[in-house]
Design a protein around this ligand. Structure first.
Ligand SMILES: Nc1ncnc2c1ncn2[C@@H]1O[C@H](COP(=O)(O)OP(=O)(O)OP(=O)(O)O)[C@@H](O)[C@H]1O
Ligand SMILES: [Mg+2]
Length: 269
């Protein structure tokens, strides 16, 4: 269980997160939604150790993550993707092997010298990495340079690279942003399959409300760094404050869906 309690982050005069609390149940998909600038990525930065909160705690089971360095948090089983594609070189296989880095036992020198133990270990990692590529539908591109892939496939490489850490908790920051309809549907299917097959918890930041409604068990809504609403997708969709934050209307007809307000779709490559 991942428990976020009262997390507050300030940048100079701006309070990016203000007493944010939520709990991610094991094996669940927990969506974190909110308008642009609501603090979603900042929250991921806290969870992954890139940003220290001025108040509040993050616990994974009995372990407090709040003051740990990013690589220690990764080793404890929390993996993430970034909102923007982290530019990559090399093949899909190379990139996924990078994702195994924190799991590698043999030192760099042993690997470079191709000592038998290190070679065996590398072989085992490569076999597992191939399985993960199959799981996310990248097996046909295993030896393809990442730069030759479509945008959707590149986003899936990032997703697969995070999975290569064998996480218990996977943080996905806008996994379908900038994708076309077919790529979105495909990625949604893959996220659902991965969660079912690997039994991990997913924290999902997405502006695509269709995807959130389909995949999430629970939703936490942030607005200007403050927790605005919490509940099942259906409860949140009908919540008057959520409708106001997204649509700017005090009330809205019952059947009005919270539509994707992905204002940054146009930013995507
Ligand atoms: N390193 C930083 N220094 C100063 N301000 C920051 C920093 N990182 C984020 N912010 C500010 O904190 C607020 C929250 O930003 P954040 O990126 O977490 O929002 P978000 O919910 O992820 O938005 P989006 O949907 O656009 O990705 C914004 O006002 C942003 O400008
Ligand atoms: Mg963001």
């Amino acid at each position: 269980m991942l428990a976020v309690r009262g997390v507050t982050v300030r940048f100079a005069g701006l309070t990016a997160l203000d007493g944010v609390s939520f709990t991610v149940a094991p094996g669940s998909v927990h969506a974190l939604i909110g308008p642009n600038g609501a603090g979603k990525s900042t929250c991921f930065n806290v969870l992954s150790g890139l940003c220290r909160p001025v108040a509040g705690t993050v616990r994974l089971g009995d372990t407090e993550l709040t003051r740990l360095a990013p690589h220690r948090i990764a080793r404890l089983g929390v993996a993430r993707t970034f909102q923007n594609i982290v530019t990559t070189e090399g093949t899909v296989a190379d990139n996924l092997m990078l994702g195994r880095h924190v799991l590698t036992r043999a030192g760099f020198t042993a690997a470079a010298l191709r000592l038998p133990g290190a070679v065996r270990e590398q072989r085992a990692h490569r076999a597992r990495v191939r399985e993960i590529a199959e799981l996310v539908g990248l097996d046909a591109h295993f030896d393809t340079p990442v730069t030759a892939l479509s945008y959707g496939d590149r986003k899936r490489v990032e997703f697969a690279r995070a999975l290569c850490l064998e996480p218990d908790v996977l943080l996905l920051d806008e996994p379908v942003a900038g994708m076309n309809g077919a790529e979105r549907a495909r990625t949604a299917r893959v996220i659902g399959e991965v969660r079912a097959r690997l039994g991990l918890s997913v924290v999902l930041v997405e502006h695509d409300m269709g995807l959130v409604m389909r995949l999430a068990d629970e939703v936490t809504v942030l607005d200007f760094g403050r927790p605005l609403a919490h509940g099942t997708p259906d409860e949140v969709r009908r919540h008057p404050e959520v409708l106001r934050a997204y649509l700017g209307a005090p009330t809205a007809p019952e059947e009005t869906p919270v539509t994707a307000t992905d204002a940054r779709q146009g930013d995507a490559p």
